[in-house]
Design a binder for this molecule. Structure first.
Ligand code: C2E
Ligand code: CA
Ligand code: CA
Length: 828
């Protein structure tokens, strides 16, 4: 309320046609010092009414007799024009006048001759007070109007029976379906068609009214003409008269349809958030960073944190110590740049386990465009990532050892080469192969073989430096990348260390192994500029190490390349030689030591070349084995030798047996039986005149299969011989069960005779073994008489060697009944 001014201002209208009297009144009023008075003077009623219409006046002092009006009519006209104090001046006393004047709107009557300053002053004071009250009332009315207009759409009043008596305001028409709200006057709220409480029925609202209670935000629903529904919120309070009797209600109402819709939408959105499988988090920007203000149940489920535990915390705690992951950097950039982003994060649950999630963040701006919140929606992609990792691991890692596999090795090798070219340091590429792993697999099973490989893998990995890569290719084959070598020679130091590490006794379950390995090394840049060349050359070097007897390592050297080229050329030439029947067989006699009689001959392949030289089988048999050419060559040898046996035995009583060599691959060839049958059948020769020589290692390779194959061949009627005996690792127990006619002592043991004690011991053992099995023993490579004498003395029955005859064309072999004179040989 406005404060009452210290000096009230009062506007006075003096209506008086007597100028002298008017002057007296003006003068007396002029003496009032406590108020600002302004006095307007009207000589006629017309002038007075015009003044009242133009501006507000606080006090009217009027004479009733005016030139244009007289008596109470003057008063009535003035009272109709103002609601302020009207004082009537009277000339002669009329006893009835006061009563009638007061009834027609005058406040008081003052006799002209009794008008004094004090009386006037009292009237002015009264007018000032009334003016104040009026002003206050007007202000309060204006306030009330603007209040209802601002807070509600319409205003209403009801009588004691709750029937509308007033409905006004901008919203009233709208809610009355665009029509005149007046039609609802005289009706109670529940009598208005299509209007009902938003919840429940009318009884609660009616009961509240009956109790004459104030009510707030009572919500009602109205179906509109177009079928849509609008909502209103109504508040009201009871009205009482001066005596405290209830006379009705009044209040305001609002159309809350939009609010209701927003609420419903919000409710739906909340439901969506609450039931979402994706975890949702809302953070608020704080001075320090971001604070969580909302998380949904999915967040609680995924992270294991309850909402209450995370409220107000910075969401970074979810990254654990993993602050440096790429997703975190991306996320920070997005937050800094206030933009949306999708990032992949590795987060930690409350229990410390890792989960992967794909987080989509979006800034939320206020009306001024400032970012106040961030909304983050995350999808738990742990399963997807695990799957990807698994796929990647499967594609890159060897499942047995956990080491990189060939795929990853190729990548790493390419990287290492790149790095080596940059740093100028040497890079070693080493192929490592565990020797004779096959024997372990064959004798103890693959499971044990795998355990050995895994143990070797650990030893290799432990021996290498952290920066080096070791990969497993297959079987017992590994590749190590040795980065940052000072000198090329350093690779040999590493190789020695590896061989020692692998060679240390290895215990697995009840078995102890002493392993050896072979290795081949190629060095960047000398042995190749790119990874593929280096790997290939290291492999070639490994091959050379194996050729040198295994358990050693070799560097790749340029001549090795030439070797490979020669090998390939040899294969090509051999194929052609087979087609063009350039291969021939030489025969070396096998004699009885006691009599010197030739009892048989061994067929040995020869390859006469165009330049007149002869290539020996030691050079081309490995090529034939590798290329598979050995099978057709072997068939040809069988057929050829069978014909030769037939020829030699024609008309002979004592059998002259032709020995034929079989390589490992031939021995395992499923077509071998049929080839033998075809050869003997084709030549018309008794199978017992052929002796198949199979190396010890070929039979021992797989004992069960070897035994079966031997029996199958034996069933054909051929004789069987174990070649190169003493070089393999025969299981003596098995050997006894083999259907074998001959054991052949390897040349390497005969060579040491007669001086070397070890050689002698082995020869003795083989001879004893043969005797025990009922097999004849042949000593091969006998070059001296001393050797022959010693072997004879030890009980060896048969011999073969340069002493008795070098391999030669069949025409030069003369099977005879009589002992042959030994050829000339040197004595030792
Ligand atoms: P092998 O079965 O051990 O054959 C004996 C080898 O010793 C032959 O070498 C023979 O010439 C040689 N030799 C015989 N007596 C002496 C001697 O007193 N002193 C020396 N230093 N050597 C002697 P060759 O002919 O070079 O054959 C080498 C290997 O090639 C054979 O070893 C055999 O394993 C294989 N081979 C030869 N012909 C065939 C064949 O037709 N098929 C198959 N699969 N392999 C064959
Ligand atoms: Ca042989
Ligand atoms: Ca031999």
């Amino acid at each position: 309320m406005d404060p009452v001014p210290a000096r009230p201002s009062v506007r006075i209208l003096l209506v008086e046609d007597d100028a002298d009297f008017a002057e007296i009144v003006r003068r007396q009023l002029g003496a009032v010092a406590w108020a600002d008075l302004s006095v307007e003077w009207a000589k006629t009623l017309g002038e007075a009414l015009a003044l009242l219409a133009g501006s507000s006046v606080d006090l009217v002092i009027t004479d009733l007799g005016l030139p244009d009006s007289a008596g109470l009519a003057t008063l009535e006209r003035l009272a109709g024009a103002t609601d302020r104090l009207i004082i009537v001046l009277t000339g002669m006393p009329d006893p009835r006048l006061p009563e009638e004047a007061l009834a027609r709107g005058a406040y008081d009557l003052v006799s002209k001759d009794r008008l004094d300053r004090a009386g006037l002053e009292r009237l002015v004071r009264l007018a000032a007070m009334q003016a104040n009250t009026f002003r206050a009332l007007r202000d309060s009315e204006a306030r009330f109007r603007s209040l209802t207009e601002l807070t509600s759409d319409w205003y209403w009043e009801q009588d004691a029976q709750f029937r509308f008596t007033v409905l006004s305001g901008p919203g009233a028409a709208a809610m009355s379906r665009g029509g005149d709200p007046g039609v609802y006057l005289g009706k109670a709220r529940w009598e208005i068609p299509d209007l009902e409480p938003a919840a429940g029925d009318w009884s609660a609202h009616r009961a509240q009214l009956e109790r004459h209670e104030p009510f707030r935000d009572a919500q009602f629903r109205r179906r509109m003409a177009d079928g849509s529904v609008r909502y209103m919120s109504v508040s009201g309070g009871p009205l009482h008269d001066r005596q405290g009797r209830f006379i009705g209600y009044r209040g305001g109402a609002q159309d809350i349809t939009d609010r209701k819709r927003a609420e419903a939408a919000l409710h739906l959105r909340n439901r969506a958030l609450e039931s979402s499988v994706n975890s949702v988090m809302i953070t608020e920007q704080t001075r320090a960073g971001h604070a969580i203000v909302y998380v949904n149940p999915a967040f609680e489920r995924v992270t294991g944190y309850a909402a209450a535990e995370v409220m107000g915390r910075d969401p970074r705690f979810l990254h654990g110590e993993d602050r440096d992951q790429p997703g975190v950097h991306e996320l920070r950039a997005a937050v800094r740049e206030e933009r949306e982003a999708t990032v992949l994060l590795r987060n930690y649950r409350k229990d410390g386990t890792v989960f992967w999630n794909e987080l989509r963040v979006a800034p939320v701006r206020d009306d001024a465009g400032r970012v106040t919140h961030m909304v983050g929606v995350t999808t738990d992609v742990t399963d997807r990532i695990r799957y990807q990792e698994q796929i990647e691991r499967q594609a890159s890692y060897d499942s047995l050892t956990g080491l990189p596999n060939r795929n990853l090795l190729n990548d790493r090798a390419a990287q290492a080469v790149l790095q080596a070219s940059r740093s100028g340091r040497a890079l070693g590429v080493m192929f490592i192969d565990v020797d004779h792993l096959k024997r372990i697999n064959d004798s103890l099973g693959h499971e044990m073989g795998d355990k050995v490989i895994a143990a070797v893998a650990r030893r290799i990995a432990d021996t290498l430096r952290a920066g080096d890569t070791v990969a497993r290719l297959s079987g017992g084959e590994f590749v190590a990348l040795l980065a940052d070598l000072q000198r090329d020679d350093d690779a040999s130091v590493v190789a020695s260390k590896l061989m020692n590490a692998i060679g240390a006794p290895l215990r697995i379950e009840a078995h102890e192994f002493v392993l050896t390995a072979s290795a081949g090394i190629a060095v960047h840049p000398k042995d190749g500029a790119d990874a593929a060349t280096l790997l290939r050359n290291a492999d070639t070097a490994l091959y050379r190490a194996k050729e040198s007897g295994r358990a050693c390592f070799r560097f790749f050297a340029p001549e090795m390349n030439e070797r490979v080229v020669r090998f390939l050329a040899l294969e090509r030439d051999l194929r052609r030689a087979l087609e063009e029947r350039e291969l021939t067989l030489h025969y070396q006699p096998i004699v009885r030591l006691g009599s010197g009689e030739a009892v048989g001959a061994e067929a040995l392949l020869r390859w006469p070349r165009a330049d007149g030289s002869v290539t020996g089988p030691a050079q081309f048999i490995p090529v034939a084995e590798e290329s598979g050419l050995i099978v057709p060559i072997g068939r040809w040898v069988l057929a050829q030798a069978a014909h030769q046996a037939a020829e030699w035995n024609r008309g002979r009583r004592a059998p002259f047996v032709v020995s034929i060599n079989l390589s490992t691959r031939q021995f395992r060839d499923p077509g071998l039986r049929e080839a033998v049958q075809a050869a003997t059948g084709g030549a018309g020769v008794d199978p017992s005149l052929l002796r198949l020589e199979i190396t010890e290692s070929a039979v021992m390779h797989n004992l069960e299969e070897g035994t079966r194959l031997l029996h199958e061949l034996k069933d054909l009627g051929v004789k069987l011989s174990v070649d190169d005996f003493g070089t393999g690792y025969s299981s003596l127990g098995y050997l006894k069960s083999f259907p074998i006619d001959t054991l052949k002592i390897d040349r390497s043991f005969v060579r040491g005779l007669p001086g070397d004690r070890d050689s002698l011991a082995i020869c003795r053992a083989v001879i004893a073994l043969g005797r025990g099995m009922g097999a004849e023993v042949v000593a091969e490579g006998v070059e001296t008489r001393a050797q022959a004498r010693m072997l004879a003395a030890e009980g060896c029955e048969l011999a073969q060697g340069y002493l008795f005859g070098k391999p030669a064309e069949p025409e030069r072999i003369r099977p005879s009944r009589t002992a042959r004179k030994p050829a000339r040989g040197k004595e030792t």
